[in-house]
Design a protein around this ligand. Structure first.
Ligand SMILES: [Zn+2]
Length: 130
């Protein structure tokens, strides 16, 4: 498992250096994180909606809004059909990436980097659901 050397990142929008947890995920971004901090992304999103109210509202009146019941039903059916394989897939993923998941959780909640904790203090028991 690799932990980023830097715990901070410069937001490309507000130009403020913030902890990594302040950035959203973005598969295409550096280290899998967005280049814009969450606060900036939220305000940009709100700004967009304010500036494009007509567009956003007419969007709601369009396809997704008009078909929301059918789309929901479709989603539920798809979920029912693929439930088992999805559960298996996510179980497999969690097992394979358990250390990374745990270390991300630790960092998000306590700002602690797992690799920096002395091994003598760490005792991890990974419980497999099967
Ligand atoms: Zn920002």
């Amino acid at each position: 498992m690799t932990v980023s050397a830097s715990r901070f990142r410069l937001c490309t929008m507000c130009r403020v250096e913030k902890v990594l947890a302040a950035f959203g995920n973005n598969k295409n971004g550096k280290n899998g994180l967005s280049g814009i901090c969450k606060a900036c992304r939220n305000s940009a999103q709100k700004d967009y909606v304010r500036r494009n109210k007509g567009k956003v509202l007419s969007g709601l009146n369009n396809y997704y809004y008009k078909n929301q019941k059918a789309l929901l039903l479709q989603k539920q059916q798809y979920y029912k059909q693929t439930k088992e394989s999805q559960v298996k897939k996510s179980r497999r993923y969690r097992r394979k990436h358990s250390e990374a998941i745990w270390s991300r959780w630790l960092y998000r909640h306590y700002g602690v980097i797992l690799a920096e904790i002395p091994a003598s203090l760490v005792s991890i028991t990974i419980i497999n659901p099967e």
